[in-house]
Design a protein around this ligand. Structure first.
Ligand code: ATP
Ligand code: MG
Length: 658
């Protein structure tokens, strides 16, 4: 079985070498990566001392690193005696030479709308809004909730918080009042920044109404101020004494706001995880280490050069948006693209047309979006030029080799490398990733560790596995971008990440390491199937299914099975031009048997018009497991689902199967 389960990847064992021009022109070639990586591990502290110089410090640090992963002595401190201000590093220090460079290229929901904001302009508005927040009584250490659509004021609000030393807690603007209230309560946040409404995919999203409702729902905190960006023409109810108009507030403020001097270990923000596996965790990141790591990875992973237009198509409500729309790019003086809309509005050619219209150099997007576009065949890139693109990236889930190749061929025209970056809200920025000039690519593999990162695989008893092997993915040492605690619940931090394996950070993900030392994420360890004693990662089975031409998307879960221990239950979404049928069931069953082996023969195939996904587009297998196991009364927290309606539909179809 071990052999047969690997056959799907053997077939995908194609290697894409570093393109010649990349090897010659990149920041690093392979040899240089290996040398710098070796140094980053062997002279770890010196390496990070040097990297800390990327930032402007008010008081330079003398201590670099003081960390321990032992659960009885857990501590993580980087650059702890240095002081700095994150917003000054993202804005002020670029003004002398690059004030007129575009900091944010904003692209609106409707085609044709866009706006360029220079570093000078961004700096001015951040200072004014920071003064505005102070005038409302916000102080260093306060938690400010940001519930904004993808408009420039979202960046302004985050940086204004950083400027005065308040922690922001960005909540994705697609969340319900209940989810928003839960996060405001958890952070004891007394102020929220919102808009009257947002626009997404041609529709108006009510935000202020959600905020009003959320404020009523709060139990642990009293929200005293709501700042409202009156972005659309919609009129909303403004509560006297509580609600403040953003534009009026800003216009009354001075453009001078000296940045607050912050300790390197002072908190920068709280951000809740996607909630794929349960109740979201309030991940807390601090200032000096986080920014060093976000900026370093942005430069090397994307081989970034000043002047390029960098498009990370995430939402600022996710860590990807924090690190690669805001902090990493702005710390590096980059031009960051901020897109308000969705990839398929007004139609599936939108992503390609934005790239052509704005001559985008780098596109970084989630596998879920790639699969959705792939289901439309050649349409998403038909007629597009795309020659401005130099590099592609993905993040968020394992990318199926089939989707990787489609992305490579269609958006990359066979010429752009793809950086498949594995990381978590907890890790702050990318940990496993190719570097475009240094790493030969294998579709579906996040390849090798970034500088200073020590990944390892362990068995369930915590024994280190050597060489080519498969197991639990852990990290043996700290890096500056690591989270420091779960906000308000340090015990949960220790329990979740440092209690499973002694002295190691446990990621919760499973991975395989091949003979070249490349890592392949097999999925979350909770999702691993155990069929007749054989362990199988969900990523592998799903990749094989998506490789079938009729399949748009698939999710695989285990369910209790009398004989096998676990049976294989598969949810399949077919491409738009396909019909479910018994014949199709047989075809897919045979397909899995031939692609992976008889052990992978599915017990149940259920047609799924859609799959339950988090708001950031990840499949929530936890819910699918409950449905498959007839435990629909135990679905748990589904507040982070994008479309709860999908669940009822899947339950109905499951019951019809029985
Ligand atoms: P929660 O922790 O609340 O369940 P979540 O894990 O989905 O939510 P995130 O921090 O947004 O929250 O996601 C990190 C996870 O996403 C990783 O642990 C991994 O499972 C998956 N992931 C991210 N990038 C990749 C990638 N390039 N390849 C494979 N998996 C990835
Ligand atoms: Mg997680």
């Amino acid at each position: 079985m071990e052999e047969s389960a690997r056959s799907a990847n053997v077939k995908d064992a194609s290697v894409y070498p570093v393109p010649k021009h990349y090897a010659e022109q990149s920041l690093l070639n392979e040899e240089q990566y290996l040398e710098m990586y070796r140094r980053s591990i062997e002279d770890n502290e010196d390496f990070w001392r040097e990297q800390g110089q990327r930032l402007d410090w008010i008081k330079p640090f003398t201590k670099v690193k003081d960390t321990s992963f032992e659960k009885d002595d857990l501590h993580i401190r980087w650059y702890e005696d240095g002081t700095l201000n994150v917003s000054a590093n993202c804005l002020d220090r670029h003004l002398a030479e690059h004030a007129d460079t575009t900091a944010i290229l904003w692209v609106g929901d409707e085609p044709g709308q866009s706006r360029e904001i220079s570093y000078r302009e961004l700096h001015r508005e951040v200072c004014q809004f920071a003064n505005g927040l102070k005038s409302l009584g916000v102080k260093k250490g306060d938690v400010v909730t940001i519930y904004l659509p993808m408009i420039p004021q979202a960046a302004v609000a985050m940086l204004a918080c950083a400027r005065i030393g308040a922690m922001h807690s960005v909540v994705f603007a697609g969340f319900s009042p209940e989810a928003l209230a839960g996060r405001m309560d958890d952070g004891h946040s007394r102020i929220v920044i919102t808009a009257n409404a947002g626009k997404r995919g041609g529709r108006s999203v009510v935000l202020k109404e959600n905020v009003d409702r959320a404020i009523e729902l709060c139990r642990e905190t009293t929200v005293e101020k709501a700042v409202v960006v009156n972005y659309t023409d919609d009129r909303v109810n403004m509560v006297a004494g509580r609600d403040v108009d953003y534009a009026t507030l800003v216009s009354e403020q001075s453009e001078d706001c000296p940045p607050e001097e912050m300790g390197a270990e002072d908190p920068l923000f709280i951000l809740y995880t996607s909630g794929s596996t349960g109740k979201p965790k309030g991940v807390l990141h601090t200032s000096g280490g986080y920014l060093t790591y976000a900026s370093l990875t942005h430069e090397y992973v994307f081989d970034y050069r000043r002047g390029e237009r960098f498009w990370c198509a995430a939402d600022i409500g996710w860590v990807t948006g924090h690190s690669y729309i805001i902090y990493g790019p702005l710390a590096n003086g980059a031009t960051t693209v901020m897109y308000e809309g969705v990839p398929n509005y007004p139609d599936v050619t939108r992503v390609a047309s934005i790239i052509d219209e704005h001559q985008i150099d780098v596109l970084y997007i989630a596998p879920t979006a790639i699969r959705a576009l792939m289901a439309e065949g050649d349409k998403p890139t038909a007629g597009a030029d795309l020659s401005s693109l130099r590099l592609l990236g993905t993040v968020g889930e394992p990318i199926n080799p089939e989707a990787w190749r489609w992305y490579h061929d269609h958006f990359g025209r066979g010429q752009c490398p793809i950086v498949d970056t594995w990381w978590q809200t907890e890790t702050g920025a990318a940990l496993l990733t190719p570097l475009p000039g240094a790493t030969a690519l294998k579709p579906g593999s996040a390849t090798r560790p970034f500088f200073g990162i020590r990944p390892a695989l362990v068995d369930n008893e915590g024994h280190l596995l050597e060489g080519a092997s498969e197991g639990n993915l852990v990290l043996l040492d700290s890096w500056p971008g690591q989270m420091r605690t779960v906000f308000g619940d340090h015990q949960r931090f220790i329990d979740t990440y440092f209690s499973t394996f002694q002295g190691m950070y446990f990621t919760g993900d499973g991975a395989r390491r091949d003979e070249d030392g490349y890592y392949w994420i097999t999925g979350r360890v909770d999702d691993v199937l155990n069929v007749s004693g054989h362990r199988m990662g969900t990523a592998e089975l799903e990749s094989a299914l998506v490789a079938h031409p009729a399949v748009a998307e698939a999710a695989v879960v285990g369910y209790p099975h009398d004989i096998k221990g676990q049976g294989i239950y598969i949810y399949v979404t077919l491409n738009s031009d396909q019909q479910p049928s018994e014949a199709m069931q047989r075809i897919l069953r045979d397909w899995l048997r031939s692609e992976i082996g008889p052990i992978a023969t599915p017990d149940v195939i259920q047609w799924a018009p859609g799959l339950p996904k988090t708001r950031s587009g990840k499949i929530m297998r936890r819910i699918l497991r409950k449905i498959a196991a007839d435990e629909v009364d135990q679905l748990g927290d589904i507040s982070t689902l994008a479309d709860p309606g999908v669940v009822a539909e899947l339950i109905a179809r499951h019951e019809a199967l029985a």
